[in-house]
Design a protein around this ligand. Structure first.
Ligand SMILES: [Zn+2]
Length: 281
């Protein structure tokens, strides 16, 4: 595990897409022509500038046993160590949304009563709509990591609630991309070579060409379709596959997603986060 993918610097930040885990799931989550079972990666985005370290999403952490199928791994700390980052280095965590495979990695300890923060120095950004939805949810609802996570963050005075288009770090903005979940955001890095982390707006490269295949994990499917199309429009592309420079870095103008696969074929597709309660299969 512990793959890192260098991305062209943007806005003065060095960017790496870091695979912190993967999960096995029905191929039908990707599309109608996919094999019965499929693996997808769990990616986080690492931004570094001098001593400043920003992490976008965290993997599953304390919720790693919640994956509804056999075949799952998630070890954010080890993956970040391979990328040269320790938990104490991270000054800011930006959550694209509060699904457990994105936000559970903020928590260590034992669920649900002995929880502590995995990144001891980090403030944590979440969109206001995601925060309000989590506060209104039953903390014991299956797959709900968000409500208790917010309690811990507020107890430690680490929560930063933001709104659409707020700048959360230098040249780093969150932009609402609802559909997958209330309060889901894309993370934009501005500059001459801008970059967008689309998180769960897409779950596979093929959804760039077939956005309608990705609605099964959306809480609000029509909004999800709109968000996918908006990313296309903004990037003026229907191809999310990375374009390589001579030095092997990925061109920054191409969006990254949380579960982009490296290959369409075979068993090594990789995970994709999702919350099963939205559509039991
Ligand atoms: Zn999600």
């Amino acid at each position: 595990m512990a793959r890192q993918r260098a991305i062209t610097p943007a806005g003065g930040w060095q960017l790496q897409l870091v695979e912190v885990g993967s999960g096995r799931h029905p191929g039908s989550w990707v599309g109608p022509t996919y094999p019965e079972w499929y693996w997808s990666p769990i990616n986080v985005l690492l931004l570094e500038s001098g001593s400043d370290v920003v992490l976008v999403d965290c993997g599953a952490g304390v919720a790693g046993s919640w994956w509804p199928f056999e075949g799952f791994r998630s070890d954010t700390e080890t993956a970040l160590a391979h990328a040269g980052v320790s938990p104490g280095d991270v000054g800011l965590v930006v959550l694209t949304h509060l699904d457990y495979d994105h936000a559970g990695g903020l928590l260590q300890g034992a669920w649900p009563d002995d929880l502590r923060l995995a990144f001891p120095q980090a403030n944590v950004v979440a969109h206001r709509d995601a925060v309000e939805a989590a506060r209104a949810a039953d903390p014991d609802e299956q797959y709900n990591v968000g409500t208790r996570l917010l309690e811990v963050l507020e107890h430690e005075s680490r929560l930063v609630v933001v709104d659409d288009d707020d700048e959360v770090a230098r040249d780093v903005r969150v932009r609402s991309a609802p559909g997958h979940r209330a309060g889901h955001v894309c993370v934009h890095v501005d500059g001459s070579d801008p970059f967008v982390h689309a998180a769960d707006t897409f779950h596979h490269l093929v959804h760039a060409a077939h956005p309608e295949w990705d609605t099964s994990s959306d809480q609000f499917p029509e909004l999800g379709m709109g968000a996918r199309r908006a990313v296309h429009t903004e990037r003026d592309t229907v191809d999310l596959r990375p374009k390589r420079r001579r030095d092997g870095a990925q061109q920054g103008a191409v969006p990254a997603v949380s579960s982009r696969t490296r290959s369409r074929s075979g068993h090594e597709g990789r995970p994709r986060r999702r919350v099963r309660r939205l559509r039991p299969r």
